[in-house]
Ligand binder design. Structure first.
Ligand code: MN
Length: 433
């Protein structure tokens, strides 16, 4: 079985005896993402989202309902062990969970192990050893590059190297945890010297996160044909950014305090298996662009390596919520606007022998569409702060204000498949302290 093929767990006719799973926007029985949850008085434990419920994995394991090889891995307070499972065992676990949650014969045994999702707190799913952020959103790179270098938006390395930088793992936080507006150095263009204080250009970045599963030993690269086997799952990632700090600090070593104050992820780990029906071909490169170097070239990756997901960003201000306004959709676009596939960024990261470890997190970089209605950051939507956006209350925004809440969503849709979602990636801005 290949990482893009489907089996009975994807069958659109398969339904769950968990009623809320039917046509659930995120978690029908065809999804089955892993997460780490707790209810009051309980230590964090592994779970699986199904409709409006969360299945307690250690309880299933203790009852002897799960494959013997994976049962011990369900007991931990992080999912790093489960993430490190070889794909064949992860697939076996998925098949078993799908069977338990769809066959009514298992209902009596399994139903007591379900918790209402509203009663559950979701945690970071893994102990994140390292977090790396890439820059593979081609339209974002063009849009941002154009603001700095109108005649030459893409630097010459972009079409050869999946550009990335090492981020900060300690400040990655799950959806729902507010972020505090950071303080830092910024230098207004007209000022002689920088100021220190709260950012006045706080932005979000719409990204996908990639969870590393199987690691590689230091000194041992990951061939492109094996890269998919090292991916344990996917999430949404909001790489909050202080654009004024970024512009002042980024040369010559790249992003630093403009990016590492807080990053929000959606807490459910959507597996490669769940995304198999939504795999699509990597879009052809524009005429005249170089082919990837050999170590990044693989025909299966080019044919099946992109993700057919629709990505969305919503904003609500404090005044909008007080006035009963629904969140405003700022953008919507496909995840296929990536110049490199997720397999290529994994292989590139390990190509010098750098060792990736289970639970490492990679970000794709901001994913923008070609048109304005699909831009993945305010820096792009407001043209660098020159063109404000008007909210339903009449308020305007170039960058984020205190009290603003940003929600990212992702949804897989394909002919003949039940649509699935990632759950939300949401956080609210608190004033600087
Ligand atoms: Mn980023």
């Amino acid at each position: 079985m290949s990482w893009w093929t489907t089996d009975e767990t994807h069958d659109p006719r398969r339904t769950s005896w968990v009623e809320s799973a039917q046509e659930h926007q995120d978690f029908p029985v065809q999804n089955l993402p892993f997460g780490l949850f707790s209810i009051e008085g309980m230590r964090p434990r592994a779970g699986v989202a199904i409709g409006d419920m969360v299945l307690d994995l250690p309880a299933c394991a203790n009852a002897g309902l799960l494959p013997a090889a994976v049962a011990p891995l369900c007991a931990g307070e992080v999912l790093n062990g489960l993430m490190a499972l070889p794909a064949t065992q992860r697939v076996a676990l998925r098949r078993r969970l799908s069977e338990l949650l769809s066959d009514p014969a298992h209902r009596a045994a399994v139903e007591p192990m379900l918790h209402a999702a509203v009663d559950c707190t979701l945690h970071l799913p893994a102990r994140i050893g390292d977090y790396t952020d890439f820059y593979v959103g081609i339209h974002h790179a063009n849009n941002i590059g154009r603001q700095f270098r109108p005649d030459n938006p893409l630097l010459p390395n972009y079409k050869y190297v999946p550009i990335g930088y090492h981020g900060r793992a300690s400040s990655v936080r799950p959806s729902g945890e507010p972020l505090v507006r950071p303080r830092g150095q910024r230098k207004p263009p007209e000022a002689d010297a920088p100021l220190f204080g709260p950012t006045v250009r706080l932005d979000y970045e719409l990204e996908l996160g990639v969870w590393i599963g199987l690691g590689n030993d230091l000194g041992t690269p990951i061939p492109i044909g094996q890269a998919a086997a090292h991916i344990a799952g996917f999430c949404l990632l909001n790489d909050w950014s202080a654009r004024d700090f970024q512009a002042w600090e980024y040369q010559p070593l790249g992003p630093f305090l403009a990016k590492n104050f807080h990053s929000t992820i959606s807490p459910w780990v959507v597996t490669p298996e769940a995304l198999a029906p939504f795999r699509i071909a990597q879009p052809a490169r524009p005429e005249g662009d170089p082919a990837p170097l050999a170590y990044l070239s693989d025909s299966d990756d080019q044919t099946h390596g992109a993700l057919g997901l629709a990505l969305e960003v919503e904003l609500s201000s404090a005044a909008m919520r007080a006035g009963g306004h629904a969140p405003l959709r700022l953008s919507r676009g496909p995840a296929s606007n990536m110049y490199w596939t997720v397999q290529q960024i994994v292989t590139h990261h390990a190509s010098n022998g750098c060792n990736l470890q289970p639970g490492d997190l990679l970000g794709t970089g901001t994913i923008s569409a070609l048109g304005r209605d699909g831009y993945g950051s305010l820096m792009e939507l407001s043209s660098g702060g020159r063109e404000p956006i008007t909210l339903p209350t009449g308020e305007t925004r170039t960058f984020l204000e205190d009290g603003d809440e940003v929600t990212l969503r992702a949804r897989g849709e394909a002919d003949g498949a039940v649509p699935i979602g990632f759950g939300e990636c949401r956080a609210r801005v608190l004033p600087a302290q």
